[in-house]
Design a protein around this ligand. Structure first.
Ligand code: ADP
Length: 589
């Protein structure tokens, strides 16, 4: 009886225990499911913005990498992105299901879902359409199987109950031990949260622990996403800032001016060169009407044409900014832009225009200078031919003139060739031993006639003996005759021109002094520059190119020497040429 009662008692206790256990455990299962669902929701919500952002910029690769990373680190059973009609855009677990190509036009609505497990987030990808993000953080599978095992075992025999109770007790202690291990692992620095999950035993502590771990991993995930998003934003800010910066810096390093105009023809942008060319600063130019940036009426008129909406053609015009010496000649190319506004490209062509003017003057002078000796030669030859029987003295006189004029022609042609060589940077010396005495004799013979014609006293102060030097005879002669020619050219009638030559055992010194128009200190410092002519009205009346002294200086420098000038306005000038007798000759660059 007692035995029967005992068995009955044990049976009641067992049934009560089973009932209590069932109640507790099904609550744990529900809790676990809930936690998993919450985790899926949190992941999907955190992910949607990032995925949409990447798909918006057509970066499916980056979106895929993010999803795959999360699916692996969070042990997601489902991580999928679909279009409204179910086309799979990304799937971290089933690559085969992913559509290789997305339709050009995405469905604008989203079909309802068949899956009840996964968390679904619908998010709009700007400019494309809605996408569905499905995340499933997985079920507490171990707990499920434990439950099933237990259900099979539960409700029956006391033995089974007692065994079940024993197992439960062991599991509880085991799960507590696992939690302890996990805590120890975290304390030791374990970062991988799936490693510190414990098996969800049939006791509250394991599930509760895992819920905590899941929550922590969701938090960490959110933080990672936020960081990634911040990095991307700051990266794109840096990228845009940098590319704008680079473009602005490039534009500023250009030596052509760039001006961007608004549709109402106001300056919207200008680079540094444009500011300088227009004699202003960037700050002052921005916002100013384009026509006000230019002073001359022709430029304003041209810009007016640009503003005319019907004119789409490119305009090119030249305009002068500033006055006097500092005036700049600008070539302006204006191009209307699609959608209104225009772009102006400014080039400084001042030097080009000066060179053009000088070249024209040079051609003019060369023609003039060539014509005079040619006329003289023709006249002499005609006389010789007309009167073949004329006396010997007369014939000799004519032949002498022809000889002189031919030499003059040679000199002019030589000058022209040298000038073109200087301009091309190919002026070369042909060095040889140069006996200096005959050089000066020839020069004297060449210029005596010219000086006389202009009523100038030309004096040569030569030492009794002149040495021989190493150099290019023709080029040296050219340098000296250019300076001497100037002395005669820039000295009014009745003046004096003196050529003094000295030589020691090291160098030759030639001084050419005149009592001519002289020049200001500023002009004197510039006369050796190519194309430079003094700002003296008397100079502009005399033909010249501004190249003679530049050529003389180049030749002297190639011989290792130097040339200089001392001058007093209205009193005269003295040019001094110094050339070493045996310096190693430099070759033109
Ligand atoms: P140009 O063909 O003009 O004479 P140059 O190069 O020979 O060119 O001389 C440059 C300028 O130097 C001249 O235009 C003139 O203004 C000035 N110059 C040269 N020689 C003299 C001089 N002897 N007296 C005054 N001015 C001179």
């Amino acid at each position: 009886m007692v035995g029967g009662l005992l068995i009955a008692y044990a049976g009641v206790v067992a049934v009560a225990t089973v009932a209590a256990w069932w109640g507790v455990h099904s609550r744990e299962i529900a809790q676990a499911r809930n936690a998993s669902r919450q985790r899926s929701d949190a992941i999907a919500a955190a992910l949607k913005g990032e995925i949409a952002e990447r798909l918006k910029s057509d970066d499916r690769g980056a979106a895929r990498a993010l999803l795959a990373d999360l699916a692996a680190s969070q042990q997601l059973t489902t991580a999928r992105v679909t279009l409204g009609d179910g086309t799979v855009v990304l799937d971290a677990r089933d690559a085969a299901a992913v559509a290789s190509k997305l339709p050009a036009k995405w469905p604008s609505s989203v079909a309802s879902s068949a899956s009840s497990l996964a968390s679904r987030e619908v998010v709009e990808v700007a400019g494309k359409g809605p996408i569905v993000i499905e995340i499933d953080a997985g079920e507490p599978t171990e707990a499920m199987s434990d439950l099933e095992t237990f259900t099979l075992a539960g409700g029956g025999l006391c033995v089974a109950i007692v065994i079940g109770l024993g197992i439960a007790a062991r599991r509880r202690t085991r799960s507590l031990a696992e939690v302890g291990d996990a805590l120890a692992a975290i304390a030791a620095g374990e970062q991988d949260l799936k490693a510190v999950r414990v098996r969800e035993a049939l006791a509250g502590s394991g599930a509760a622990w895992n819920a905590l771990v899941d929550e922590l991993s969701t938090l960490r995930l959110r933080k990672r996403l936020e960081e990634a998003s911040e990095r991307r934003t700051s990266a794109s800010v840096v990228a845009t800032a940098t590319s704008e910066d680079v473009v602005a810096r490039l534009a500023d390093s250009l030596w052509i001016g760039l001006v961007g105009l608004e549709p109402d023809m106001r300056v919207r942008y200008c680079n540094g060169a444009a500011g300088i060319f227009l004699g202003s600063t960037r700050d002052k130019l921005v916002g100013k009407p384009a026509a006000e940036c230019f002073s001359d009426a022709a430029a304003k008129n041209e810009l007016g044409k640009l503003a005319d909406a019907r004119s789409r053609a490119r305009l090119i015009f030249e305009t002068t900014v500033g006055e006097g010496e500092g005036a700049t000649v600008l070539r302006v190319s204006a191009r209307p832009l699609n959608g209104g506004g225009a772009m102006l490209v400014l080039e400084d062509v001042t030097q080009q225009r000066i060179a053009d003017r000088s070249r024209n003057a040079f051609v003019e002078q060369a023609t003039h200078e060539l014509r005079t000796p040619l006329t003289n030669i023709r006249l002499c030859m005609e006389e010789l031919l007309d009167a073949p029987e004329s006396d010997v003295a007369k014939r000799a006189q004519h032949l002498n003139v022809v000889n002189q004029e031919v030499r003059r022609l040679e000199r002019i042609v030589g000058d022209m060739l040298s000038i073109s060589e200087i301009e091309a940077g190919t002026l070369q010396l042909t060095p040889a031993d140069v006996r200096l005495a005959p050089v000066f004799e020839e020069i004297q013979a060449d210029f005596t006639q010219q000086a006389k014609a202009k009523n100038l006293r030309l004096t040569f102060a030569l030492p009794p003996k002149l040495p021989t030097m190493v150099g290019d005879r023709d080029k040296l002669t050219l340098a000296i005759t250019n300076v001497l020619g100037n002395a005669i050219k820039y000295t009014p009638e009745g003046g004096d021109v003196t050529v003094s030559v000295r030589a020691d055992d090291k160098e030759l010194i030639v001084q050419i002094a005149d009592t001519g128009i002289g020049m200001s200190p500023d002009d004197a410092s510039k006369v050796f520059e190519r194309f430079y002519r003094a700002k003296d009205p008397r100079v502009s009346k005399i033909t010249g190119t501004g190249l003679g002294l530049a050529l003389a200086r180049d030749v002297v420098k190639l011989h290792g020497g130097d040339i200089g000038v001392e001058s007093i306005k209205d009193k005269g000038s003295t040019f001094t040429i110094r050339v070493p007798l045996s310096a190693p000759l430099r070759h033109a660059a």
